[in-house]
Design a protein around this ligand. Sequence first.
Ligand code: URA
Length: 433
Amino acid sequence: MRAYDIIKKKRDGGELSDGEIRAFVEGYVRGEVADHQASAFCMAVWFRGMSDAETTALTLAIRDSGERLDCSGIDGIRVDKHSTGGVGDKTSLVVAPIVASLGVKVAKMSGRGLGHTGGTVDKLEAIPGFCTMLDKQTFERIVSEVGIAIVGQSAELAPADKKLYALRDVTATVDSMPLIASSIMGKKLAADDDCIVLDVKTGSGAFMKSVDESRELARLMVEIGKRAGKKMLALITDMDRPLGRTIGNTVEVVEAIETLQGKGPEDLTALCVALATNMLYLSGKGSMDECERLVRESIASGEALRVLARMVEAQGGDADVIAHPERLARAPFARTVVAPRSGYITRVNTEDYGTAALLLGAGRKAMEDTIDPTAGIVLAVKTGDYVRAGEPIATLYASDESLFDAAERTLLAATEIEDTAPQARPLIFERVE
Ligand code: URA
């Protein structure tokens, strides 16, 4: 079947066979299917959706589009955590060292930020010298010796997703359930983990805005993973407000370190404890209560922080900044954004908060853009807090003062202040097993 016929079949609401999906993806990776055809395919999927069988076929075709990681040289259970993307989400920097400190290996491939969402690789690169591209032997050695290594996705792993994601980003087709599920699970299945905990975000800063959609996405990904022989579970967590108080790269690394020192913000700490607990539980470390106790002990004893420092050192970074985060380079300019009126912060458009950070230089509009690690936002208030007119809402950081006006306008327009306090939203909505 020609690419044209496959696009037309999906456009008209037909169900594609495994063979058709695989042929399309393979053709795209080989360059026989053009970008404009793949864009049309994504848009047809965006409108028509996919059955579970089609989504599974797309996931497996993405998985098989490149190399598959073989971690058989690493002893012990390997666990991963993957978020569907959020604003201020630095949980990987916290949970991965916690879990590794408790004897479960984390051989993690992370992404870069794109659009309004941040990425773990960009955050780690805010640490001087930290290398996110390691050859396979070095990666395996560090995981074996330290218990953890975090690298960027290699070009050889799931190349179909790399190409498709870049297209989706510029054709308004990111927020499609089958496309998100196959993108994430295609990459996860190409990596060689035993257990995967998914953090499926919901709310204004997430790709899935409603809990119902997020639940469906979680169910779909958990099922695909289980069918492929992985131990899976998902938490549906709030992204209707940024996580913690920082958005950016250096500022988020500092907040992650503070969280591992037991001094992190309440929401970030609670979510990291929940994710790490579930990762340990899935790895067979005991009951949920036992795993939570281990997680809290690892933070309290400083062991998780020591593991983070060891990983930074092993990956060529300046480990001294883990003990002295004040040594990280800071932006030369800062601007305080103040509340235009008194009242409660009733709602923030979290996606626009992410965009404000991007406008300051913390994110990239296109894949090839470089980012400014020092740019970002530190929030003074969060949803539910009371603020008086003229008091700070946030501090913006940038290397160029001309970037402040647009970011400030975006942040203020995204912040609703009213007379009555909003209803509290849960941090964790559901656990999908
Ligand atoms: N993260 C991914 O890796 N893919 C998506 O499609 C969305 C978030």
